[in-house]
Design a protein around this ligand. Structure first.
Ligand SMILES: *Cc1c(COP(=O)(O)O)cnc(C)c1O
Ligand SMILES: [Zn+2]
Length: 428
C-alpha cells in the first residue's frame, strides 16, 4: 500500500517515496505528499484519537512525533522507526516574559527540551527512519550546530555512519561537544554555513551521501508535529499567532504544511498567522518579504545567534508558500535585541539559546508596533536549550554594561561576607 509520494511544490510532478532526490527535474523543492483518502481507509485520522490514551511504539510511549505517525509517515511499521521519544515539550506561561513583551496570552513552547536539546530531533527521527528504510550507509549534514548534534545521536542509534560539516569558529561549544561525544565524524570547514551547505549538495550528487538538512523533506514531516502538538496542548483552540525564528526556513515550511494539513484533515477551521523573526545580519527572508517576495538576495550572514546565521535559505520557496497560507509576516531584530530578550527569558527561569530568543525579541517589537495586539493568543517557539551556548551567557553576565547582568561575586571564606550580600539581596 502506498500512502505517500514526493511531489514538486511548483509543477506537481510526482516521484516515488523511495526515490533519492530533493529537487524536481524543474529545479523546485519536493514535499512528502500524503493521499489522505487512502490513509483514512487504513487508519484513524480524527483528532479525537490523541486525547484517549498515549500511543505506543515498540513497547514505549510513542512521544510527540510518532503519536502522529499516520500523518507523518503512514504505514511505516514499528521496527522501521528510529526514535528517542522526541517531542512532548512543555508549553510555558511566564508572567515575567508576558510583562516584558506586553503579550498577555503568551505560550512558550520549549523545543530545547528534546533529547539532544533542540527541535532538530523531531525532524531527525523522521529523516533517519527514511535513511534506514532506503538502506543508506552514510548520512551527512551542514550545520550551525544543532543539526549535527541531533544527526550524531540518531546516526548512532540507527548504526549508520555520520559525517557533519560545520563552519569554523561559528558553532556554539555545547553543540560541537555533542557531535564529538556521540561519535560522528566532524569536519570543520574553512567557510561559512552556506559553503557547508554547498558541499553537502555536491557530496550527495558525487558521492551519494544522504543529506539530513532540512532540504530533506522527511525532516519537515517530523517538524510538523511541533505545531500539531501545540494545538493539542491548547485543546485545538487555534492561537492568533505562531512566532518563531527563521534561518534555513525549515520550520517556516514545516509549520505551514502542518496547518494546511490540519485544515484538510478537519482538525481546525481557521489559520493562525505566522511571524517569522530573523536576525538583522542574516535577514534575506525579511528583505524578500519587504519586496513582496519578488526576489531572494543571498547575504553574507553575520549574527551572534549562530543557529540562524544563514544567508541563503534552502527552503525559501516553501517558506513563501507558508507565509501566503498564513497571511504571515517577517520581522528582523538586532543582536542587542536578541541578547536582551535572552536575558529576560533566562531570568524568568526558562532559558534558551540566543537564536530561540529572537522569537521573544521579535514578539516584543511586534506588540510595541501594534501589529500583534497585546490581548491576542501567541505561541512562541523556543528552538534550543539554554546550555547549548554557555559562552554567550558568560559573556553577557560578565560585561557589567548589560541591564540584566548578574556577574558572580568573589568573597572571603567568611560568613560575614555571605551575610552582607544576602541582606543586600533581601532588603529591596
Ligand atoms: C536550526 C535552528 C534554527 C533555525 O531553524 P530553521 O528551520 O532552519 O529556520 C533556529 N533555532 C535553533 C536553536 C536551531 O537549531
Ligand atoms: Zn517540478
Amino acid at each position: 500500500m502506498t500512502y505517500s509520494c514526493l511531489r514538486c511544490i511548483e509543477c506537481g510532478r510526482e516521484y516515488l517515496l523511495s526515490d533519492i532526490r530533493f529537487t524536481c527535474t524543474c529545479g523546485n523543492l519536493l514535499d512528502v505528499s500524503h493521499d489522505w483518502q487512502s490513509v483514512r481507509a487504513s487508519f484513524d485520522l480524527s483528532r479525537e484519537q490523541f486525547g484517549e490514551h498515549s500511543a505506543m511504539l515498540n513497547g514505549q510511549p510513542a512521544g510527540g512525533v510518532w503519536r502522529f505517525r499516520n500523518m507523518v509517515l503512514p504505514g511505516f511499521p514499528d521496527e522501521a522507526i528510529v526514535s528517542k521519544q522526541e517531542g512532548n515539550t512543555r508549553l510555558y506561561r511566564s508572567k515575567k516574559v508576558s510583562l516584558w513583551t506586553g503579550c498577555r496570552n503568551l505560550f512558550l513552547k520549549h523545543e530545547g527540551e528534546n533529547p539532544t536539546g533542540s527541535f532538530k530531533d523531531r525532524g531527525m527521527t523522521a529523516a533517519v527512519t527514511q535513511a534506514r528504510a532506503l538502506g543508506q550507509r552514510a548520512v551527512t549534514c551542514a550545520s550551525t550546530g544543532n543539526t549535527s548534534a541531533s544527526l550524531a545521536a540518531y546516526a548512532s542509534e540507527a548504526e549508520i555512519a555520520g559525517l557533519v560539516l560545520i563552519p569554523k569558529g561559528n558553532v556554539a561549544v555545547g553543540k560541537i561537544s555533542q557531535a564529538l561525544a556521540y561519535g560522528t565524524k566532524t569536519l570543520v570547514v574553512d567557510g561559512d554555513f552556506d559553503d557547508c551547505m554547498r558541499l553537502i549538495r555536491e557530496a550527495q550528487e558525487r558521492l551519494g551521501a544522504y543529506p539530513l538538512n532540512s532540504i530533506n523533506p522527511f525532516r519537515l514531516e517530523g517538524q510538523k508535529t511541533i505545531v500539531w502538538e501545540a494545538l493539542l496542548q491548547l485543546r485545538w483552540r487555534v492561537p492568533d499567532w505562531f512566532v518563531f525564528p527563521g534561518g534555513n526556513l525549515g520550520n517556516t515550511s514545516a509549520f505551514g504544511k502542518a496547518l494546511h494539513e490540519a485544515v484538510e484533515l478537519g482538525w481546525i477551521d481557521k489559520m493562525p498567522r505566522f511571524a517569522v523573526i530573523q536576525a538583522q545580519g542574516a535577514s534575506p527572508f525579511y528583505e524578500a518579504f519587504k519586496n513582496g517576495f519578488s526576489t531572494l538576495r543571498p547575504q553574507k550572514a553575520d549574527t551572534i545567534a549562530t543557529a540562524i546565521k544563514i544567508g541563503n535559505p534552502v527552503n525559501y520557496s516553501k517558506a513563501v508558500r507558508s507565509l501566503r497560507w498564513t497571511n504571515g509576516i517577517v520581522e528582523s531584530v538586532t543582536d542587542e535585541e536578541i541578547l536582551e530578550a535572552k536575558a529576560h527569558v533566562d531570568a524568568a527561569g526558562i532559558g534558551a539559546e540566543p537564536a530561540s530568543c529572537a522569537t521573544v525579541a521579535g514578539l516584543k517589537k511586534l506588540v510595541t508596533a501594534g501589529i500583534i495586539d497585546e490581548g491576542e493568543t501567541v505561541v512562541g517557539i523556543l528552538t534550543g536549550n539554554i546550555l547549548k551556548d554557555p559562552q554567550s551567557i558568560v559573556d553577557y553576565h560578565f560585561a557589567k554594561t548589560h541591564p540584566l547582568a548578574n556577574p558572580p561575586v568573589e568573597i572571603r571564606a567568611e560568613i560575614g561576607d555571605v551575610e552582607k550580600i544576602l541582606s543586600e539581596r533581601t532588603e529591596r
